[in-house]
Design a protein. Structure first.
Length: 189
């Protein structure tokens, strides 16, 4: 277990170094409102991240935002609200778990927004691919990097250092059909 934690720490620092070299895409609240509605706004302490999350060879976008009511605009703005963490622990119906919210009031409404790219313009396309709002994550830091999911297969995952008090790190990755959450451990183990 310690080796896995060490590996995550090393990869995190490498990924952070790579991300600082790559310019963050220009995304503002107007873009977020256009894609996800007025109830969501960017969290300014996080930079937008890009990577091919669903393995289709097209760049996707990951944003950290604060959403007052993620469910309200999902039909009009054509996105899905998902709760991969609570789904991992047994029940991830966002219609119910959205009312649970985060335990830390400073993190209330924090969500990951993901846009799968489509065509040459990728996530900037007038009609991007699927869009998701991931709720109930207590995010301290977020990075995007490769994750090995079997001996022969790897994928790009969203790594989240959670601010749950025990320095838990988790990965969220696309399995070909949906986003899955996988806890990787905490620094206190």
């Amino acid at each position: 277990m310690w080796f896995r934690i060490f590996l995550v720490a090393v990869l995190s620092s490498c990924a952070f170094a790579q991300q600082t070299k790559k310019a963050a895409p220009h995304v503002d609240d107007d873009f977020v409102h256009e894609q996800f509605g007025a109830s969501c706004a960017l969290d300014p302490q996080f930079v937008p991240l890009t990577a091919d999350l669903n393995g289709d060879g097209v760049e996707d976008l990951v944003l950290v935002a604060r959403c007052k009511n993620a469910l309200i605009d999902q039909d009009e703005k054509n996105y899905r609200v998902i709760d991969p963490m609570n789904a991992f622990y047994g029940y991830g119906n966002p219609r119910i778990t959205s009312s649970m919210g985060q335990t830390d009031p400073r993190l209330k409404g924090i969500s990951l927004l993901v846009i799968h790219g489509a065509g040459a313009d990728a996530w900037r396309s007038a009609k991007p691919g699927e869009k998701f709002v991931m709720i109930n994550l207590e995010i301290k830091t977020v990075t995007v990097r490769k994750m090995k999911i079997s001996k022969k297969k790897s994928t790009t995952a969203i790594y989240v250092e959670e601010s749950t008090g025990d320095e838990m790190t988790s990965a969220i990755y696309w399995d070909g059909k949906k986003y899955k959450y996988e806890p990787l451990g905490s620094g206190s183990e």
